[in-house]
Design a binder for this molecule. Structure first.
Ligand code: CDP
Length: 228
C-alpha cells in the first residue's frame, strides 16, 4: 500500500526541542528531516568567515551567490550540514554563530534565498522541517503545523545539557542571554517574524518528555495521513 505523504512544519522558540522531535518523527515516518535553522547558521558562518558587512546589500547578495548548503546523512545516521562541500555541523553550533545568526536572519535577501531552497526540498512532500517561519511562510499549505513552546529555564537547561554531552562548557547565564536575545529579534523582525500560524497546534514541552512529544506529533501526523 502506498501512503500519501504530508509536510510537517514545526515552528517555535529557541531550544524548545523542535529539532529533536522533528528528527525522531522523520525517522519513524521515513521522511526527510530538514533543519532550516542550520541553513541560517551556515550562512552566518560564511558571513563571519568572509567578514561580510550586513549593512552592505551588494556584499550580502554577492556572498549569497557563493553559498551552497546541502545535507547528508552520515554513517551514524546523523544529518550533517554542508557548506560549499564541507561539513560545518559542529562549527555552526558554536556560540560565535549563535550570537550572530538572528541578526543575519533578519535580512530579506538571506530569507528569500533560504526559503527558495527550502521549498525545493519540500516539493515531493514526505518532509519534516523545523524553524521559525515554516508554517507561516515556507509551507503555508503544510498538512500538519506545530508550534512549540517551553519555559525559559527549562529550555536553557536542555540546551546546556546538549552542550555538556559534547564536552562543551558554557555558562548557564550566557545560554539564557543568547536564547532571550534571539527570541526577541526573531519575534520582532519585519521579515517573516516568528509567530504561530492560525492553524498550528501548540505543544508546550515544559513538563513532557521527548518521547511524549514525539508520540503526540506521530499521532497527529497519522490522523492527517489517513484523512488524505
Ligand atoms: O538554537 P535553536 O536550535 O533553537 O535555533 P535554530 O533552529 O538553529 O535557529 C537559529 C536561528 O536561525 C534562529 O534564532 C533564527 O534567528 C534563525 N531562523 C530563522 O530565522 N528562520 C528559520 N526558519 C530558522 C531559523
Amino acid at each position: 500500500m502506498k501512503l500519501n505523504k504530508i509536510i510537517i512544519a514545526i515552528d517555535g522558540y529557541s531550544a524548545c526541542g523542535k529539532s529533536t522531535t522533528a528528527k525522531e518523527v522523520a525517522k519513524i515516518l521515513g521522511y526527510r528531516y530538514i533543519d532550516s535553522g542550520a541553513m541560517y547558521r551556515a550562512v552566518t558562518l560564511y558571513f563571519l568567515d568572509h567578514h561580510i558587512a550586513l549593512t552592505n546589500p551588494k556584499e550580502v547578495d554577492r556572498a549569497l551567490q557563493q553559498i551552497n548548503i546541502s545535507f547528508k546523512v552520515n554513517a551514524k545516521n546523523i544529518t550533517e550540514t554542508f557548506l560549499n562541500g564541507l561539513s560545518v555541523e559542529q562549527e555552526i553550533r558554536q556560540m560565535r554563530v549563535s550570537e550572530q545568526v538572528s541578526p543575519v536572519s533578519t535580512l530579506k535577501a538571506v530569507r528569500e534565498a533560504m526559503v527558495a531552497q527550502q521549498r525545493k526540498l519540500g516539493k515531493d512532500k514526505g518532509i519534516v522541517m523545523d524553524g521559525r517561519d515554516i508554517g507561516t511562510v515556507v509551507f503555508p499549505q503544510a498538512e500538519l503545523k506545530l508550534f512549540m513552546t517551553a519555559d525559559m529555564l527549562v529550555r536553557a537547561f536542555r540546551r546546556q545539557r546538549e552542550w555538556l554531552e559534547q564536552d562543551r562548557l558554557v555558562d548557564l547565564d550566557d545560554v539564557i542571554e543568547n536564547i532571550k536575545k534571539r527570541d526577541l529579534i526573531d519575534t520582532t523582525r519585519a521579515e517573516s517574524p516568528l509567530r504561530q500560524a492560525g492553524d498550528a497546534t501548540v505543544i508546550d514541552t515544559t513538563h513532557i518528555t521527548i518521547d511524549e512529544q514525539v508520540d503526540q506529533v506521530i499521532r497527529m501526523a497519522i490522523s492527517k495521513i489517513i484523512a488524505l
